[in-house]
Design a protein around this ligand. Structure first.
Ligand code: NCD
Ligand code: ZN
Length: 355
């Protein structure tokens, strides 16, 4: 056992309890309306803060819409939980840098999200070419507002499993070169190429990694039949990429931190002829990450990944509270409301024992 600050952190892998600084989720879809009410407390229970994605219908593109969404989230959170949603602005072609600066200055927008048009769920209003958001990027670089990127090309001639790697070549390299001071988070990375790119970039470039991309690879999507609840974007890749992600997440490199990409869809919209992309992992997020870190013999590095590196990159204070994980069997339900969660029906070896 070691003492850090005033918290007792149990670091011996054979110990029963793991106490870490309260974590944050740096990429989550909380949705809106009825679904928001169903899912927000799963995130608020485990995380102090979350970077909330703006791909609503219509997307969050103005300071006023961002403030209103933040208030709807706060109204839906259990008052017993201490949770701060960090709102993001959805970038559209020609969006005014002034509006981003205003939202950032007023404390409404923490960051802005770049969805290539038609790359994923509710991205139809996304950016057709980064040349269309120069004003926004220049402003963000100047004011230190992070750019969060869904890094996939949408060219139908590019194989779906290659779209992230091709995005690095076609877009990201140029973006990092043209905006050398811009803080960039390459969201939910899925490939060895993305790991290598982030590692080789300056301290202004970081990445989030999801529980599912660490836990499984594309084989799981086809195990004994097609498994629509494991379909997400960017799509799961082959095992060598999963292994590269596991190595990066557990390496202690502060460029890699936690972002669940929890993206709930009701079961009927996934179990259908053309199912939606997204895994709902929020209810057992820390349990899933703990399983991966435990398997990698890196439980002592979970706290950095989950609780320290994210706020350090964003320039926000680290949380002061703690959460406890207990080494014991926990079975994930087959369904939570109308949604099938990630790990449904599986038994995990760590239980979230509260804040
Ligand atoms: C997300 C969603 O459903 O909003 N889906 C997903 O597969 N991750 C969108 C996204 O982050 O790509
Ligand atoms: Zn997402």
């Amino acid at each position: 056992m070691t003492l850090t600050d005033d918290r007792l952190v149990i670091r011996r892998p054979d110990e029963h309890l793991l106490v870490i600084r309260k974590p944050d989720d740096w990429h989550v879809h909380l949705r809106d309306g009825e679904m928001l009410g169903h899912v927000v407390n799963a995130t608020a229970r485990q995380f102090a803060r979350a970077i909330v994605m703006p791909n609503l219908k219509p997307p969050v593109t103005t300071t006023a819409a961002g403030a209103a969404y933040r208030d709807r989230i706060l109204a839906a959170v259990d008052p017993a939980l201490d949770f701060t949603p960090l709102i993001t602005c959805y970038l559209t072609d020609g969006i005014a840098g002034d509006e981003l600066a205003r939202g950032h200055g007023e404390g409404v927008f923490t960051a802005a999200k770049l969805y290539p048009a038609h790359a994923t769920t509710n991205s139809a209003h996304g950016v057709t070419d980064v040349a269309q958001i120069r004003d926004a990027l220049e402003t963000m670089q100047r004011i230190g507002m992070p750019l969060l990127i869904h890094g996939e090309v949408t060219d139908s001639h590019v194989d779906i499993f290659d779209r992230e790697a091709v995005f690095i070549e076609r877009t990201l390299i140029g973006l990092v070169r043209d905006y050398p001071e811009l803080k960039i988070v390459f969201e939910h990375i899925t490939t060895a190429e993305a790991v290598a790119f982030v590692e080789a970039s300056g301290a202004n470039v970081a990445a989030t990694i999801t529980p599912h991309h660490l836990a499984i690879n594309r084989n799981a999507m086809f195990e004994g039949g097609i498994r629509p609840h494991l379909y997400c974007l960017p799509v799961l890749k082959r095992e060598k990429h999963q292994l590269a992600l596991r190595k990066a997440a557990t390496s202690g490199n502060p460029k890699f931190f936690l972002g669940t990409d929890s993206a709930p869809h009701v079961a009927s919209t996934k179990e259908t002829a053309c199912g939606c992309a997204g895994c709902y992992n929020a209810p057992f997020a820390l349990e899933s990450y703990a399983k991966t870190f435990d398997e990698e013999g890196a439980l002592d590095r979970l706290e950095g990944f989950a609780s320290d590196f994210g706020p350090d990159f964003y320039g926000l204070p680290r949380n002061t509270g703690s959460v406890t994980l207990e080494r014991t069997a926990v079975t994930v339900p087959e369904r939570i409301g109308d949604v099938v969660p990630f790990h449904a029906g599986e038994t995990l070896g760590w239980r979230f024992a509260g804040a």
